[in-house]
Design a protein around this ligand. Structure first.
Ligand SMILES: Cc1cc2nc3c(=O)[nH]c(=O)nc-3n(C[C@H](O)[C@H](O)[C@H](O)COP(=O)(O)O)c2cc1C
Length: 188
């Protein structure tokens, strides 16, 4: 697939087939993250990769922010937890860039995955303390996001249909709502 086609067709996947992700494809996904740009090339991101089925199931039970939300990661053959060391990131204009750096890297993984037919879904609804405890992540490391990775099931579950409807997942603001030319000319 061409890059633009990958970007256009990508969608969050919340239903996964049992098919494993081939080792060489997982490596491409991880490599896509490693190659990402970062502020001052600090590469403050760190990733925990879960592939053990039982571990993923136990992890899914431990991360909840709101009860069973995001339980669907339990079916995925791979879960990647995106972390960052804020001390190793750049601070410019009073902004901490560890979130930006890690998000770019993780999104590159997701796009690389989608180019090979592998779905994912950014997740922020997790309890950071529980994730940290479960994975033995040190206190100085922030958990930025996590995502299941796997081949999409042919049919979406009722849950994922409901989330897509609730989140209005296909909706995007029109270009003229988000782009202004030559100077700021948008609503405040
Ligand atoms: C930072 C971030 C956090 C998100 N957290 C969750 C989440 O906790 N649970 C979930 O089901 N989807 C989550 N999503 C997925 C969004 O709901 C989804 O990207 C949005 O509805 C657009 O749909 P699409 O990804 O299918 O284009 C998150 C997305 C992002 C970028």
């Amino acid at each position: 697939m061409e890059l633009y086609e990958i970007i256009q067709s990508r969608e969050s996947v919340r239903d996964f087939a049992e098919t494993a992700i081939e080792a060489e494809k997982l490596e491409i996904i991880l490599e896509a993250g490693r190659l990402a740009p970062s502020a001052q090339n600090k590469q403050c991101w760190r990733f925990v990769v879960l592939q053990d089925k039982d571990n993923i199931k136990r992890f899914a039970k431990h991360i909840g922010l709101l009860g069973t939300v995001n339980f669907f990661i339990a079916q995925a053959p791979v879960v990647i937890v995106a972390c960052a060391d804020p001390k190793r990131s750049a601070r410019v204009n009073g902004q901490e860039y560890y979130l930006v750096d890690t998000a770019i890297s993780f999104q590159q993984m997701m796009l690389a995955a989608w180019s090979m037919g592998i779905g994912s879904c950014w997740l922020a609804a997790f309890n950071e303390k529980s994730v940290r405890q479960y994975l033995q992540i040190p206190e100085n490391i922030r958990v930025v996001g996590l995502s299941p990775f796997g081949y999409p099931k042919e049919k979406n579950s009722l849950y994922s249909k409901a989330v897509k409807t609730f989140a209005g997942s296909r909706n995007r603001l029109e270009l003229d709502k988000i782009i202004t030319k030559e100077k700021w000319n948008l609503c405040r």
